[in-house]
Write a protein that binds this ligand. Structure first.
Ligand SMILES: *Cc1c(COP(=O)(O)O)cnc(C)c1O
Length: 377
């Protein structure tokens, strides 16, 4: 594993050269979040969900930090993600593919020491046949559908699967898992319904470890922890439960550079379609990130950025590569070419931004893209 380089810090507001924006990932906050979640689930273990490039933050950096913090279970969604990640991790780390075993990947999966999450009887049979063909024991996780109707062995396949598992030695089942559909909603009945179903499954597939809770599930209580919990958004500083104070440390900061400022009179049209018309003399700044950088077009005329705590509203449409903001609230000359404004940070959380965009923190995080200069602290 490569060591984690510490790049020079750039302060918000300092003129900078080059980068359109800085995506700062606080790796020590990530490690603190991992430690906190580990303590919460102990004696269960906390696994890390690092799909979609660790929610857009850089899987290799994130994984090496988490490995150093003691994490040994890493979940990605797609097989190709696992192929990329596996060689970067030490041999005692396990890499799991949530989306299952795609036909054609069996040999590569076995060869690369990647562990599939088996989502059906058919996937189980192909994996077990692979083990027999290779004359070696392979590991797997069994995922069950407990009411989300998305992934996992469906109820009608369970008894056949249980019969086929009995006495077999070709595949070692590390644990059984399922995923909660409403874990971030503390008072949803669906949580308990799925828990009851998971307990039933665990009786049908006895003596196997249970991997159940995601970030939200951890905060539903001990019943949901099983032996391994899969933590994603909470590691990255996102809020695990809707409508409750966020107990996690923020991991991500996003600062974007000003690329032009101007003063316009009342009646000036701003941006595409002239969707905003000024009603007074207005100072504007255009910043160098748009919907191609994961700042959704739905922030048009709704969202804001911050400068030293001052809210600077987005005016007009979000463009592909830029956004125009109203900076009249700041003393003249405060912002100039290259100044940085806060998009995510002390004054605006991921959740704030997501709410203004009409989406969730997960979508904002994973959409941020790679045109920002990334710095890891
Ligand atoms: C994405 C995902 C997770 C992580 O969920 P968070 O809410 O981000 O903690 C866990 N399990 C499965 C199956 C997932 O798809």
């Amino acid at each position: 594993m490569g060591s984690v380089a510490v790049l020079p810090e750039k302060e918000v507001g300092q003129p900078i050269e080059g980068a359109n924006g800085y995506l700062t990932v606080n790796l020590s906050a990530l490690a603190r979040n991992y430690a906190k979640l580990s303590t919460l689930v102990a004696p269960a273990q906390a696994a890390a969900v690092v799909k979609a490039d660790a929610y857009g933050l850089g899987a290799q950096r994130v994984c090496s930090t988490l490995y150093e913090s003691g994490c040994r279970h890493f979940f990605v969604a797609q097989f190709d993600e696992a192929v990329e990640l596996r060689p970067a991790l030490a041999a005692d780390a396990k890499v799991f593919v949530l989306n299952g075993l795609q036909p054609g990947n069996e040999e590569a999966c076995a060869q690369s020491d990647i562990i599939p999450v088996l989502n059906s009887l058919e996937q189980w049979r192909r994996w077990s046949a692979t083990a027999k063909r290779r004359k070696c024991k392979l590991q797997a996780v069994l995922q069950f559908d407990t009411g989300m109707s998305r992934l996992g062995v469906p109820p009608e396949e369970r008894s056949t699967l249980a019969a086929e598992l009995a006495g077999q030695v070709s595949v070692e089942i590390l644990f059984i898992m399922s995923h909660l559909a409403s874990a971030d909603e503390f008072d949803s009945d669906q949580n308990n319904d799925q828990l009851v179903e998971m307990k039933r499954i665990s009786k049908e597939f006895p003596h196997l470890k249970i991997c159940f809770a995601n970030s939200g599930g951890i905060f539903l209580g001990k019943n949901y922890h099983g032996q391994v919990a899969r933590t994603g958004i909470a590691l990255y500083g996102g809020s695990p439960s809707i409508g409750k104070p966020n107990p996690m440390a923020p991991v991500v900061e996003l600062d974007v550079a000003v690329v032009q400022t101007r003063t316009v009179p009342a009646g000036a049209k701003v941006g595409y379609s002239g969707a905003h018309v000024t009603n007074r003399d207005t100072r504007l700044a255009t910043i160098a990130a748009g919907y191609a950088d994961g700042l959704p077009r739905s922030l048009s005329g709704r969202g804001a950025v911050y400068y030293e705590g001052r809210r600077l509203p987005i005016v007009g449409r979000v463009s592909m590569d830029s956004i125009t903001i109203d900076i009249t609230a700041l003393p003249e000359g405060t912002l100039s070419l290259g100044s940085l404004v806060e998009v995510v940070g002390t004054h605006q959380t991921l959740e704030d931004l997501a709410r203004d965009a009409g989406t969730i923190a997960y979508e904002v995080l994973t959409g941020l893209g790679n045109r920002y200069h990334r710095q890891y602290r």
